[in-house]
Design a protein around this ligand. Sequence first.
Ligand code: HEC
Length: 137
Amino acid sequence: MKIKVKLIFALLCVAFVIYSLSIYLVPIRKHLNSAPNATLASKGRLVWQDYNCESCHQLYGLGGYMGPDLTNIYSCKGKGPIYIKALVKSGTGLMPPFHLTEEEETNLLHFLRSTDESGSADPRNFTINALGMIEKK
Ligand code: HEC
């Protein structure tokens, strides 16, 4: 009798662990599976242009200088897609809020992700040459 109870308890524990893992791994699996989509990324570039993000932000050091360089914002530790979404929606003291549709938002994130994956642009390593292009120090 005692062994049966222990066995049932052990089975329930195993079921609990498997169930928990299956739930917590869903967002990770989703993220891993969704490679940046080239079509959506090029639509996202149009969103970036339509809303004039480049008037204040740079990609690879090119663009306006009111806001920070966003080349690697997507993979930046402590920032990333959720942070980007929230900031674009709410704005900051210096940046106006933007009311993107859900589709525009998704496309913009694909664009920023594919830009991020195309290389790294840490402004601390930049020097800007006479033509306005960036070079590594
Ligand atoms: C009028 C200028 C302006 C425009 C246009 C603008 N931004 Fe910004 N943005 C800023 C400034 C300035 C900051 C820095 C915020 C602060 O420190 O208050 C910022 C910050 C950000 C950040 C956070 C960067 C970080 O490193 O924390 C993101 C992401 C961002 N902007 C995305 C966008 C996107 C996407 C667009 C286009 C839809 C956009 N911005 C358009 C001025 C602008």
